[in-house]
Write a protein that binds this ligand. Structure first.
Ligand SMILES: [Zn+2]
Ligand SMILES: [Zn+2]
Length: 211
């Protein structure tokens, strides 16, 4: 059974998810938003080892804590990002645009592709490429646990902004309709900002993208 610890971190209140297979102690961080120490402490407290950092996309508020995690006496975690967001990663996720300074941490080593399977112990996650908020945005879907980590694609009652460089409204709408609204309605959505929701709730109530 997947364990999920969530923390709201950083200057724009980003949700960071520390997830683990408690049987093996293998852990991953989906969007190590900020304050790597806090994330590390949560893992250490439980005896988990953070072996993987999975980015939904390369905005600075989703990986600003990566450098601190990578400096810890862990093996260097593998860093997974879709290649279409690599340019944005090299620009430090747009941090200078917002007057922020970040240490981007280790270079991404795993080039994500649509349909790729990632493993945490015995638990499998499917990578879905969902462009719109950024060109290389992905979401992580775990069918066994009926949970979707949706990054800045969709929020409770909202969607990711498309006015930043690389944003594309049409693509965002298509990503949500084709890849989120087709999942089982009871799928939990854990997004990059704000409260938890479900696929069914958003299909009924999301004012931006109708089912
Ligand atoms: Zn973003
Ligand atoms: Zn964000």
């Amino acid at each position: 059974m997947l364990e999920i610890i969530s923390r709201v971190l950083g200057p724009v209140s980003t949700n960071c998810y520390l997830i683990a297979d408690p049987d093996s102690g293998e852990a991953a961080v989906i969007d190590p938003a900020w304050d790597g120490q806090i994330i590390l402490a949560e893992a250490q407290k439980r005896g988990w080892k953070i072996g993987q950092l999975w980015y939904t996309h390369a905005h600075f508020d989703h990986f600003g804590g990566a450098a601190e995690i990578a400096k810890a006496p862990n093996p260097l975690p593998m860093v997974a990002l879709h290649p279409l967001d690599h340019d944005l990663w090299q620009l430090k996720g747009g941090a200078p645009l917002f007057g922020m300074h970040i240490d981007p941490g280790p270079e991404p080593t795993v080039e994500l592709a649509h349909g790729q399977i990632l493993r945490l112990g015995n638990i499998e996650f499917e990578v879905l490429h969902t462009p719109g908020h950024t060109p290389g945005h992905v979401v992580y879907y775990c069918p066994k646990e009926t949970v979707l980590f949706s990054g800045d694609l969709i929020f409770q009652g909202g969607v990711g902004r498309t006015d930043l460089p690389g944003g594309d409204w049409e693509a965002l709408v298509e990503s949500i309709r084709k890849l989120v609204y087709t999942l089982p309605e009871d799928t939990r959505i854990l997004s990059g900002h704000g409260e938890e929701t479900t696929v069914g709730e958003e299909k009924c109530n999301n004012p931006f993208v109708r089912a």
